[in-house]
Design a protein around this ligand. Structure first.
Ligand code: S3P
Length: 429
């Protein structure tokens, strides 16, 4: 799909939906399922472009992986069961694939190359190559960006203080740590999503965590397991904000992953005055899950800073959309990481929402938005970034006249069914 066009304002989002499986957890299911021995079955698996890049990477290293509707079955060959891939591994648009694999590949007994699409080839890789080299990894060249040429080596554990709050960095080192001699510890400036830690434990691998520090010791073989992957809070967020800003809306988003380190979006929206409740709380495979109910209501501007930023890092684009419809000013700061996502998301949201008439300006590490209550339809661009495309679709629901989002097909990176679901739930009144 090239463009997405939304013709009229005035829709109400009503009904129940179950968003697709969590992207971060789906990647980790493939990785740990491939490194375990024997069968791992994961229900709720997200089959999207990003996660299928991880599937293809492990298939190219000899792992049998069957993806069927909403499920994946992996026949893991054990920690030392990967074989040298014939070609470069293409992580496509997926930072998680590239960075987590860099950790795994650094410890293998073969050479490999990781590359990606033009967006991923611009994104920083030194955040993983610097500490992996400290562990003894053989990565040739500068290691600043893809492609990375890796010669697998015997690794040693390190005690690393990461300058960035990044779950990808932490996870890359923990995965390398499964193979390293001695203990591998990572301390982060803020705690980030701990899906790797939770899933490792579910596979029976001990992980120690205390404050912002996590550690693993070399794992022996671990067996495959059964996993239930919850729906992605990051995908749910587009529907939650759509319901909040469109009068007459009430939606129930089912089976959503409620990991505390991903809850920034609900905390920020509640601080904005959002009418959001959570029911039916339960736990699946060490991850908290529940149903989220969101209703239209008036919002007010807030300051988004501190640890809320890393706990809502992927939802800040859609939070900037909510801020357009809130009373007063919203200031997002300390979010410089947004500049090195699939696109520079500070520049993208400021530039594209401005085209729709929003009062938004970019700062070095964030955005300042003055709620205007209504936008006006215009042509805007996803810039090839799935979360920008979906955020603009939400903005368009409260824009007068027609909005066209260029290059909207990129939603398939994390949410292939986004537009049909959006049209089904958000019916013109
Ligand atoms: C992810 C971590 C975050 C997030 C990304 C997924 C993960 O990236 O933005 O969408 O699955 O570990 P960083 O680690 O770069 O913050």
């Amino acid at each position: 799909m090239a463009d997405f066009t939304l013709k009229e304002k005035s829709r109400a989002f009503k009904g129940e939906m179950t968003p697709p499986g969590d992207k971060s957890i789906s990647h980790r299911a493939i990785i740990l399922g491939s490194l375990g021995r024997g069968k791992t079955r994961a229900s709720g698996f997200l089959a999207s472009r990003d996660t299928l890049a991880t599937v293809d990477a492990f298939r190219s290293m000899g792992v049998e992986i069957n993806v069927t509707a909403g499920e994946v079955e992996i026949s893991g060959n054990g920690l030392s069961g990967l074989r040298e891939p014939r070609e470069a591994i293409d992580a496509e648009n997926s930072g998680t694939t590239a960075r987590l694999l860099a950790g795994v590949l650094s410890a293998q007994s073969f050479r490999s190359t990781i590359t990606g699409d033009s967006s991923l080839r611009r994104r920083p890789m030194s955040r993983v190559t610097v500490p992996l080299r400290m562990m003894g990894a053989g990565i040739s060249g500068e290691g600043e960006t893809l492609p990375l040429h890796i010669t697998g080596s015997e690794l040693r554990g390190i005690d690393y203080e990461s300058p960035v709050a990044s779950a990808q960095v932490k996870s890359s080192l923990l995965l390398a740590g499964l193979y390293a001699a001695g203990r591998t510890s990572v301390t982060e400036p803020e705690r980030t999503r701990d899906h790797t830690e939770r899933m490792l434990r579910h596979f029976g691998v001990p992980v120690e965590a205390s404050g912002t520090r996590v550690s693993v010791s070399p794992a022996g073989e671990f067996p495959g397991t059964e996993l239930e992957i919850p729906s992605d809070i990051s995908s749910a967020a587009f529907f939650i904000v759509a319901a909040l800003v469109n009068p007459g809306s009430e939606i129930i988003v089912k089976n959503v992953g409620l990991n505390p380190l991903r809850m920034g979006v609900l905390d920020i929206l509640r601080e904005m005055g959002a009418d959001i409740s959570v029911e039916n709380r339960r736990e699946h495979c060490g991850e908290p899950v529940g149903d989220v109910i969101a209703r239209h209501c008036a919002l007010r501007g807030v300051r988004v800073e501190g640890d809320a930023v890393s706990r809502a890092i992927d939802e800040l684009p859609v939070i900037s959309v909510a801020a357009c419809f809130a009373e007063g000013e919203t200031v997002i700061s300390g979010a410089g990481e947004l500049r090195v996502k699939e696109t520079d998301r500070i520049s993208a949201m400021s530039g594209e929402l401005s085209k729709l008439g929003a009062d938004i300006r970019e700062t070095r590490d964030g955005m300042v938005i003055n709620g205007t209550g209504e936008l006006c339809g215009a042509r805007c661009e996803s810039r090839g970034d799935h979360r920008i495309a979906m955020s603009l679709a939400v903005a368009a629901t409260q824009a007068r006249g027609e909005t066209v989002i260029g290059d909207a097909g990129c939603v398939s990176i994390s949410f292939p069914e986004f537009f049909p679901l959006f049209e089904a739930l958000g019916k013109p009144k």
